[in-house]
Design a protein around this ligand. Structure first.
Ligand SMILES: Cc1cc2nc3c(=O)[nH]c(=O)nc-3n(C[C@H](O)[C@H](O)[C@H](O)COP(=O)(O)OP(=O)(O)OC[C@H]3O[C@@H](n4cnc5c(N)ncnc54)[C@H](O)[C@@H]3O)c2cc1C
Length: 497
């Protein structure tokens, strides 16, 4: 249990990683202050409201719910007393422009059954694929996800020796696409399993086969959605943080992190106020932290994870035949990723994701309306006034054309939504609002087998008492992983004490 301490911690940014670390550290007696530049915490996990509808800005689905459980369990609370998660069934509906459709249900056995009906013979392949992915997840989770990562040194640690004889299962030398193609003959299923690379902003034709763990965690542990919408996750975390005494300061941008003798010792807010502390945890993008908050001479990550174009639209209610989450696939997936690599990208043939959370909770849309969140992948080429002053924006004035192209694509699938009001968010919006470098969703990409080894760890390697949490640090992006980064940073700080 907790030892009291008079040590103080400043957290830069109130995203999920920052909130989770704050909760754990306040619980063991630290005085914790979170400084968030926006007028509300949550970062990418936020929402907007217009025309009587609530729209998500980032995440729309929860996977690996046991990680959120752990955040609460470690401080003696129960997640369900703060955040109520419901299964999403079907987890997702997939459509192709030839008219074929496949629902991926919540339960694993139903998934296999549906796949077999959709493409006879492929049910057994899906089962074998998921079993392989499950093995890889079980083998690697404590090395690559749930423990502080030591890069290649992990392979010589006695506790990981048992992994060595099974290393071939990771298929390090193969891409996710090649690995998937070794299991599935049906091109639609291949595309469906390739798409999971985009969950961490990667390209399935480049990313390593180890990303096969992503479909496993969604299908094996289920897809979940919180009662009241995704922002209830943040409400639950903020409630717990406040009960534990964390001070949350919104509308306070951190301008710099101060150091003395290579140790972080405080922050300076944009208005000049200086706050001294014993540790600084940065939930801001790692590159931005190092370049802009520490003033270090660092080079821009070469290959960034992708960004996105988001349309939030209130539409008249009608029978569109869409599930809560639906995917309308591109006809030429390889071309779509090539186009993202060579952005700017604003293409009427792209894969379109639609989330209508009204299907899970009718309170999220006004009467006779639906709240559509539409996402297509885009290159990380956004600019922000602060991070790229004077740089030309590729997205300025493109909003109408983004909407027109998406509507054109929806039309191919027989969908003609009657849009009442809409907002378009581009890579610029993501760079501007969250200070995500160039609007990348998760910092550097995971497109190389070395990416996991090169990802910044929680403990800064060159500045003492500075810690990184969030999607651009180990173990990566997505709610469960950024929450894990917060848990890891908190444990490491405690160990150091
Ligand atoms: C379109 C989209 C769809 C997604 N879909 C899913 C999904 O379905 N499921 C899922 O699990 N994940 C999804 N994700 C990913 C998930 O949202 C993120 O990985 C996670 O929310 C990021 O948390 P984080 O801890 O990295 O903090 P962030 O959300 O990046 O927050 C960082 C915070 O720091 C603040 N900040 C930055 N610099 C400063 C500064 N100098 N001073 C003060 N504050 C600062 C920012 O304003 C921000 O609030 C999605 C993301 C996006 C954008």
């Amino acid at each position: 249990m907790s030892l009291t301490t008079d040590q103080r911690i400043c957290v830069v940014g109130g995203g999920i990683g920052g909130l989770v670390a704050s909760i754990q550290l306040a619980h063991v007696g630290y005085r914790v202050d979170v400084f968030e530049q926006s007028d509300r915490v949550g970062g990418k996990c936020s929402s907007t409201t217009f025309d009587g509808c609530t729209f998500e800005t980032g995440p729309t689905l929860v996977t690996m719910p046991f990680v959120l459980d752990e955040v609460f369990r470690r401080v003696g609370k129960r997640r369900e007393d703060y955040i109520v998660l419901r299964p999403v069934n079907p987890a997702c509906q997939y459509r192709w422009s030839d008219g074929s459709r496949l629902d991926i249900p919540f339960a694993l056995e139903d998934v296999i059954k549906n796949i077999e009906q959709f493409a006879p013979g492929e049910g057994a392949h899906a089962r074998a694929y998921l079993e392989h992915a499950k093995d890889v997840y079980e083998m690697t989770k404590d090395v690559f996800i749930f423990s502080p990562f030591d890069g290649f040194l992990e392979f010589i640690k006695p506790r990981n020796m048992g992994m060595l004889p099974k290393l071939h299962k990771l298929r390090f030398a193969s891409t996710l696409h090649k690995h998937n193609a070794s299991y599935f003959r049906d091109q639609r299923l291949l595309q469906l399993f390739d798409r999971f690379a985009t969950y961490n902003g990667s390209n399935p034709y480049k990313a390593p086969a180890t990303l096969m763990v992503i479909p496993w965690v969604e299908i094996g542990f289920g897809a979940w959605y919180p009662e009241g919408g995704m922002y209830s996750i943040i409400d639950g975390l903020v409630r717990l943080a406040t009960e534990l005494g964390v001070s949350i300061h919104t509308g306070r941008r951190v301008g710099s992190i101060t150091t003395a003798r290579k140790k972080a010792n405080g922050i300076v807010l944009e208005d000049g106020e200086r706050v001294e502390c014993d540790h600084v945890i940065s939930n801001a993008d790692v590159f931005v932290t190092r370049k802009h908050l520490l003033g270090l001479n660092v080079t821009e990550p070469k290959d960034l994870s992708c960004s996105g174009l988001v349309i939030q639209a209130s539409v008249d209610q009608a029978d569109y035949g869409l599930a809560h989450h639906s995917i309308l696939f591109a006809d030429d997936y390889r071309r779509e990723f090539a186009a993202i690599d060579h952005g700017p990208h604003n293409d009427a043939s792209a894969t379109v994701y639609i989330s209508r959370s009204v299907a899970a909770d009718t309170r999220l849309a006004g009467a006779e309306r639906e709240n559509w969140f539409i996402l297509i992948n885009a290159p990380a080429n956004g600019v922000s006034d602060l991070l790229n002053p004077g740089e030309h924006s590729k997205w300025k004035g493109q909003e109408q054309s983004v909407l027109d192209k998406v509507l054109e694509r929806l039309d191919t699938f027989g969908l003609q939504p009657s849009i009442r009001q809409y907002q378009v968010r581009t890579p610029d919006t993501m760079a501007q609002e969250w200070s995500s470098y160039r609007g990348a969703l998760y910092g550097a990409s995971s497109n190389s087998p070395l990416s996991a080894f090169l990802r910044p760890r929680q403990k800064s390697q060159d500045i003492g008492n500075l810690w990184y949490v969030g999607g651009s640090a180990h173990p990566g992006g997505g709610i469960p992983l950024v929450a894990t980064s917060g848990l890891l940073a908190a444990s490491l700080i405690e160990q150091q004490r």
